[in-house]
Design a protein around this ligand. Structure first.
Ligand code: SF4
Length: 389
């Protein structure tokens, strides 16, 4: 049995299915699980009840999430799909991704997955996947997991058209795709191609195996035994990686574009490796502090955060004691777009939020109340953006 969330990685790197898998639950997974648990209970228990279901350290973050659950929508709905029969069915009562209690876990042809939110209307369906963490997500129809959820909903709820949406809770950006039964038929073909690619990888001798490194490696359960990754760790350890980058730098260096491209790919893979190391070390330290250097411990420390003063009260007090000028100088009024959006949404009738927010922002801009600084940073961008094709 495979899960929908593994499809992206299996499609990108079928060879990862030939290596031993280990549990990759990390601090990152704990945070994500807390957010999902909160959202799962939000509709049924309300905010206070849902917050009680999650660890204390994630409560502030969850409280700040801007979640809008449409009337009649369902959250955390689990589905299974059989690659051979092309049948999909709901795993009623399956919570916390305990699929093995509902399907034959040894059957490699069954794929299970739990979607975050499903909303069925008269003529179509909508599937939302909640995301947090600030990363930009691609159009959902390009992602096998989202297509899997959409296909199951389409089959089980008998809806020909499904809107797929990533709800990016931190940024408010929601990439969206509309797909139909033709797209799902094509996707079923893709699932069979993925299965075939895994079969080919399993018959390929280890020495000829092709591993494809990329963003999907972050969630790969075979990381600890992945040959290119282990080689890279050795090269990083001996300093070979760093020396190679230096070949392109400094007086007289010949910048070889192919070498730079290869170095950039290794830099990204190394970043992933470091981020996983950090996740694991934080997870260990959370369970029990350890001595990270002689005389220095690495573990959870509780301390008071920066003191925040309540603006209106502080203004009043400073004005009483030191006068209005001092109070105005001491207390600045701040407005973030997120706070403004939240406040306006709460102030106007349901459904009118976006229009009211746009109009208010326009009025603020018209009075010179908005500023946007131009910043420069080294980053990736599409080749045609600077016309340097
Ligand atoms: S870590 Fe290795 S095995 Fe896993 S997806 Fe990346 S390249 Fe493939």
């Amino acid at each position: 049995m495979k899960t929908a969330s593994q499809l992206n990685r299996i499609k990108a790197c079928p060879a990862s299915e030939t290596l031993p898998h280990t549990d990759v639950s990390t601090v990152w997974a704990e945070r994500s699980n807390a957010i999902h648990t909160y959202l799962q209970h939000l509709d049924e228990l309300g905010q206070i009840g849902a917050l009680e279901k999650i660890p204390q350290q994630y409560r502030d973050e969850c409280r700040a999430l801007d979640v809008d659950i449409p009337l009649g929508a369902r959250t955390e709905v689990a589905y299974a799909y059989d690659l051979d029969t092309k049948e999909a069915w709901e795993l009623e009562g399956c919570k916390d991704r305990e699929y093995h209690k509902y399907v034959d876990a040894a059957n490699p042809n069954i794929i299970c997955g739990t979607l975050d939110l499903e909303h069925i209307t008269e003529d179509r369906a909508r599937v939302d996947d909640w995301k947090s963490g600030g990363k930009r997500y691609p159009k959902p129809h390009t992602q096998p997991a989202m297509m899997f959820y959409g296909m199951c909903v389409s089959k089980v709820r008998e809806r020909g058209v499904v809107d797929l949406q990533y709800r990016q809770l931190d940024t408010g950006i929601s990439p969206r795709s509309t797909v139909d039964t033709f797209d799902f038929v094509a996707f079923e073909g893709e699932l069979l191609r993925i299965r075939k690619a895994v079969g080919v990888a399993k018959r390929t001798p280890a020495a000829s195996q092709v591993y494809n490194q990329g963003e999907h490696c972050r969630y790969c359960p075979a990381q600890d035994s992945c040959p290119p990754r282990l080689r890279m760790m050795d090269r990083a350890h001996t300093g070979e990686l760093e020396r190679e980058v230096h070949l392109n730098w400094g007086a007289g260096a010949v910048r070889d574009p192919a070498h730079l491209q290869q170095m950039y790919a290794q830099y990204e893979a190394a970043k992933l490796m470091v981020s996983r190391m950090s996740d694991i070390l934080h997870a260990i330290a959370k369970e029990e502090a350890f001595e990270c250097k002689p005389g220095v411990m690495f573990g959870e420390v509780e301390k008071l955060g920066n003191e925040k003063l309540h603006g209106p009260i502080a203004h009043q007090v400073v004005e009483e004691i030191h006068g209005t000028d001092a109070a105005d100088a001491a207390c600045r009024r701040k407005c973030t777009k997120k706070d403004l959006e939240r406040a306006i949404k709460a102030a106007v009738p349901r459904g009118q939020g976006k229009k009211a927010i746009d109009a208010t922002l326009e009025a603020i801009r018209a009075r010179g109340g908005s500023e946007r600084k131009l910043t420069k940073k080294i980053t990736k961008y599409p080749k045609q953006l600077k016309g340097d094709s």
